[in-house]
Design a protein around this ligand. Structure first.
Ligand code: GDP
Length: 392
């Protein structure tokens, strides 16, 4: 698939940057257009791979932002994006839309710029283009507290209702206790990039005739066509690089020997099973998925038609749906065989309910504090018998 990829806010831009890194490291070609949009000048300077001329600072003339971010305020995030909507649209004018299959907007939902600005950006894209617009949204960890949960719970409603599909990533599930938050983010972003790129880059190889069961962009679009909230599972294993293994690969490449034997089939089915049973980007009930799709990526000599068929049957049972596609994505020089599994429209994801509960508590607390704030300030600045008067 060919994508236009847009990171909104800090997390969104960092994740897009890691997607570009993974793409270049694995010689893939997914993101044909890329943009980073942010309200904070310093954050916009962070990416390593997003070209300078693809970074847009918004809200620098807005009194509340002034190029310093929106302080996690989702309302200001939305206001700033709406205020600069013409500039955002002009940025998208560059997108040669006939060269992309879909658009992906990436944002963290717990903050202000991505959470508030993301839905505004999506509205503009939906108005401008007929191609599907997807979102990848990061859900904040419980440890972040009530305000990010409230931002995320509200913003999730806007994202899901506006996009053609929303892929979730749960920071809570991916947090490693022994790491600092920044180290943790760095690792999470790499893991997430590997999943997104392995899945979505399927079909973008130069030698498509090598694959018998090649996945292509229309398969991915069809699977995502359900709308709702989706999740990705992933597993990888090194390709056999012993002398024997290499010899085997050489001979199969040269003589087109079909090594579709039992062990390869077992390996592929096992990989898909491991991907589904691994930590999903958004943990959820696999059997609640509406559709599923698995991409097997690696050297074609490792592929197995029998393996693909048994993986498909297994996935059909596990996801409890007949709408299952399994296909391959040939990467001749890849040192790994990997499986990325998309579970589309998963309707049972406990973390979303937890965030909503945390958000409702936070909203009540904020309302209670606001109700008494005026009285508390008056109490503080007024003497006990109210003998003193203000100067003017
Ligand atoms: P914004 O710039 O105002 O959109 O805010 P940020 O993107 O900095 O943060 C929004 C939310 O994204 C936070 O509440 C975190 O949950 C999450 N977040 C921030 N940075 C990262 C990151 O690098 N990786 C991941 N996975 N999540 C992040």
């Amino acid at each position: 698939m060919k994508l236009a990829t847009i990171g909104v806010g800090n997390a969104g831009s960092k994740i897009v940057d890691r997607m570009l890194e993974f793409e270049s490291r694995t010689d893939r070609n997914l993101c044909r257009h890329v943009h980073a949009i942010n309200t904070a000048r310093t954050d916009l300077a962070k990416p390593d791979y997003i070209p300078e001329d693809r970074r847009l600072l918004i809200g620098d003339t807005n009194q509340k932002a002034k190029g310093h971010g929106v302080g996690g305020d989702v309302e200001i995030g939305a206001e700033v994006a709406e205020g600069d909507i013409d500039e955002i649209r002009r940025t998208f004018d560059d997108v040669e839309i006939h060269k992309v299959d879909a658009i992906l907007v990436v944002a963290g939902l717990g903050g202000g710029s991505g959470s508030g600005g993301g839905p505004v950006v999506i509205d503009a894209l939906q108005e401008m283009y007929d191609e599907p617009v997807y979102a990848l949204g990061v859900l904040p960890g419980e440890y972040e507290g009530g305000r990010p949960a409230l931002n995320a719970a509200r913003s999730l409603q806007s994202f899901v209702s506006k996009v053609d599909n929303f892929i979730g990533f749960d920071n809570d599930a991916w947090r490693a206790r022994e790491q600092t938050i920044e180290e943790g983010y760095e690792q999470m972003n790499r893991e997430l990039a590997a999943r997104l790129v392995t899945l979505l880059a399927a079909g973008e190889t130069d030698d498509s005739d090598v694959a018998e069961n090649a996945m292509d962009s229309s398969d991915i679009i069809r699977t995502l066509d359900t709308g709702g909230v989706s999740s990705i599972g992933y597993a990888a294993t090194p390709v056999d690089d012993t002398e024997e293994g290499l010899l085997d690969r050489w001979s199969s490449d040269q003589q087109q020997v079909n090594r579709d034997d039992g062990s390869q089939a077992t390996k592929i089915k096992g990989l898909v099973r491991r991907a589904v049973n691994s930590r999903l980007t958004l943990p959820g009930e696999v059997s609640s998925a509406d559709r599923a799709l698995a991409v097997i990526s690696g050297p074609p000599s490792e592929f197995s038609r029998k393996g693909i068929e048994s993986a498909r049957q297994w996935l059909e049972q596990e996801a409890d749906t007949v709408e299952v596609l399994v296909g391959d994505d040939p990467r001749e020089d890849s040192p790994r065989l990997s499986a990325a599994v998309l579970l589309s429209n998963v309707t049972e994801a406990p973390r979303i309910k937890e965030i909503q509960n945390q958000a409702v508590d936070a909203q009540e607390k904020i309302a209670e504090q606001e109700a008494v704030r005026e009285d508390e300030i008056n109490d503080l600045i007024t003497d006990d018998n109210n003998d003193l008067d203000p100067v003017v």
